[in-house]
Design a protein around this ligand. Structure first.
Ligand code: GLP
Length: 247
């Protein structure tokens, strides 16, 4: 899965149809960044990168701030110029202004060519929690109890340490990307994946907004795909050797 996503990025990079990459945090996309780093592709250095989201209230140097995570997992391994890597400023005094400025910066960069996404167990993408407006833009969002519990593992299991709000690109912002590639693994994502792919388009499952996207690819392992009722079985899928079919 990671190799497919990385190859997609590299193909678009080499054919000059990718200059702005959107990156997600969370554990699911990490193998993609490792595969990109391992490619040694020199053109990666020309990328401009936008992160999806950031916690509110963590200083940029906090190891779990997405400023730090993106620096550690993306900027350094891929050899990117830090000046070309952007993360919403969750430490800003004026968060609304920081959100508006982030939208402006994305637009001024020509828009995101390919957005890598994960999905929360409650169907969030970025940090767009259930009942986010389907046309939302970058803004302050309150984290749900579920998301805070899920992310407590990054804070030594201490829920008190997990911020209660964030800045996140909106669902409308994500929809504006030219292409999106979402990666999900594990049984904990199975319900959200089924809602996203087969459920109704509904803000109750924010990821279902991707049903509106003309170029969205969803990469799943068997456990994350387990609740898809219309999936081909393994035999029918020809042992799943080919590239992902058009979603
Ligand atoms: C995090 C991030 C999302 C990410 C999701 C899933 O909270 N804000 O961008 O996709 O939750 O994370 P993981 O891949 O670790 O399950």
């Amino acid at each position: 899965m990671a190799r497919w996503a990385a190859d997609r990025v590299l193909h678009r990079l080499r054919t000059r149809s990718l200059s702005v990459l959107g990156v997600a945090t969370g554990s699911s996309p990490l193998p993609v960044y490792r595969a990109l780093a391992a490619s040694g592709e020199p053109a990666l250095a020309s990328l401009r990168v936008f992160a999806l989201d950031e916690y509110v209230g963590l200083p940029h140097h906090h190891p779990q701030s997405y400023h730090c995570v993106v620096d550690r997992e993306v900027t350094r391994p891929l050899g990117l110029d830090p000046a070309r890597v952007h993360v919403p400023d969750g430490a800003a005094d004026d968060l609304d202004a920081a959100a508006a400025e982030y939208e402006h910066l994305i637009a001024a960069s020509g828009g995101i060519d390919l957005q890598v996404l994960g999905i929360g167990a409650n169907g969030h993408v970025g940090f767009n929690e259930p009942f986010s407006s389907l046309r939302s833009r970058t803004r302050v969002e309150t984290l749900t109890a579920r998301t805070r519990r899920d992310n407590a593992r990054f804070f030594g299991g201490d829920l008190q340490q997990v911020p209660t709000s964030c800045l996140t690109q909106g669902l409308g912002t994500i929809l504006d990307a030219d292409e999106v590639v979402l990666i999900a693994t594990g049984a904990a994502k199975a319900h959200a994946v089924a809602q996203m792919v087969e459920g109704p388009l509904s803000s109750a499952c924010p990821a279902s907004v991707l049903q509106l996207h003309p170029r969205a690819t969803v990469l799943l392992d068997d456990r994350a795909a387990a609740q898809l009722t219309r999936r081909d079985d393994h035999e029918q899928a020809g042992a799943a050797t080919g590239p992902p079919r058009n979603p």
